[in-house]
Design a protein around this ligand. Structure first.
Ligand SMILES: NC(=O)C1=CN([C@@H]2O[C@H](COP(=O)(O)OP(=O)(O)OC[C@H]3O[C@@H](n4cnc5c(N)ncnc54)[C@H](OP(=O)(O)O)[C@@H]3O)[C@@H](O)[C@H]2O)C=CC1
Ligand SMILES: Nc1nc2c(c(=O)[nH]1)N=C([C@H](O)[C@@H](O)CO)CN2
Length: 244
C-alpha cells in the first residue's frame, strides 16, 4: 500500500524534524523546500524525496502538482508547514510604506492561505484514492485566534488558514480528515536574545520551549485518529489561561 506524505517547507526546524520522524515511522515522505539548507542532506540520507518549490510561485506550484499526479497513485497526508513569519512595518506611513504593507500582506496570504487552498484542491483526488483514511494538516498559530500587535498580516493569514480547515473538513468528509495544529512558542530562533526568550516563556502557563517533538507527536496523533476532523489542536502551554 502506498503511504505517501507531502510536507511543505521542510528543510529546517519543525518541518525537518516532522519529515524525518514520519519517514522513520514508515511513511514515504516528499519534502518541499524553498532554499538550500543543511537539513536537506539529512532528509536525503533518510530516503525522503526533496523537491524545490516556492509555494507562492504559481507556475512552479502547477509543475509540482503535475509531477506528483504522475508519480503518486494516492496520498496519505498533506501537511502545510511552509511559513514566513514576517513582522508588520514599523513607523510612519508613506506612499512607499503603503506599497510595502501591501507586499507583506499579500506575501502572508500567499504562503499561508492561497497555497494550501490550491494544493488541497489539486490533491483531493489523490487523497481520496488512498486506501483507508487520509489527512490534511494545517500548521496555524495561537495568534490566529487572538491577533498580534506586531505580526498582524501574519496572524490574519494564519486565521484564514484556520478557517480553511473548517471548509475543507466539511467538503472532504468522510474520506479525508482535515485539522489544524496551532502552536504558540515551540522553538526559539537562534538569534532570539535572552530578554526576548524570558518574556516569551512567561506568556504560557507551562513556561517552557517544548521543541519540535511536540509538533511531530501532534501530527502522528492526528494521523492515527479515526474520529477527529475540523479541529484545531492547541499546542500552547495553556497560554489562554495565563491571566493575571
Ligand atoms: N517555531 C515556533 O515556535 C512556531 C511555529 N509555528 C508554525 O509552525 C510551522 C513551522 O515553524 P518553524 O519550523 O519555526 O518555521 P521556519 O520559519 O523555521 O521554517 C519555515 C520554512 O518554510 C519555508 N518557506 C517560507 N516561505 C515559503 C514559500 N513561499 N514556499 C515554500 N517554502 C517556504 C522556509 O523556507 P526558507 O528556508 O527558504 O526560508 C522555511 O524553511 C510554521 O507554519 C510556523 O508558522 C507557529 C507558532 C510557533
Ligand atoms: N514561520 C514561522 N512562524 C513562527 C515562528 C518562526 O520562527 N517561523 N516563530 C514563532 C515564535 O516562536 C513565537 O510564537 C514566539 O516567539 C511564531 N511563528
Amino acid at each position: 500500500m502506498e503511504n505517501n506524505i507531502i510536507i511543505t517547507g521542510a528543510a529546517q526546524r519543525l518541518g525537518l524534524h516532522c519529515a524525518l520522524t514520519l519517514q522513520h515511522a514508515g511513511y514515504q515522505v516528499i519534502a518541499t523546500y524553498r532554499s538550500e539548507k543543511p537539513g536537506l542532506a539529512q532528509l536525503r540520507a533518510a530516503g525522503v524525496q526533496c523537491v524545490q518549490l516556492d509555494v507562492t510561485e504559481q507556475a512552479a506550484l502547477a509543475a509540482f502538482i503535475s509531477r506528483m499526479q504522475q508519480q503518486l497513485g494516492s496520498l496519505r497526508a498533506l501537511i502545510h508547514n511552509a511559513s514566513d513569519w514576517k513582522a508588520d512595518l514599523t513607523g510612519a506611513q508613506s506612499p512607499d510604506g503603503l506599497k510595502q504593507d501591501a507586499a507583506i500582506y499579500d506575501a502572508m496570504q500567499a504562503v499561508h492561505a492561497k497555497a494550501p487552498y490550491l494544493l488541497n484542491r489539486a490533491f483531493t483526488p489523490l487523497l481520496q484514492a488512498q486506501n483507508g483514511a487520509s489527512d490534511i494538516i494545517h500548521l496555524t498559530d495561537f495568534v490566529a485566534s487572538v491577533g498580534s500587535s506586531k505580526h498582524m498580516a501574519y496572524a490574519a493569514s494564519k486565521a484564514a488558514l484556520e478557517n480553511l480547515t473548517y471548509s475543507f473538513a466539511r467538503a472532504l468528509a468522510p474520506k479525508v480528515k482535515v485539522n489544524a495544529i496551532a502552536p504558540a512558542l515551540l522553538m526559539f530562533n537562534q538569534h532570539d536574545d535572552e530578554p526576548y526568550r524570558q518574556k516569551a516563556l512567561r506568556k504560557s502557563l507551562l513556561q517552557c520551549e517544548p521543541g519540535a517533538e511536540e509538533m511531530s507527536n501532534a501530527v502522528q496523533y492526528l494521523l492515527n485518529s479515526r474520529y477527529i476532523t475540523g479541529k484545531v489542536i492547541a499546542l500552547d502551554g495553556g497560554r489562554q489561561l495565563n491571566l493575571p
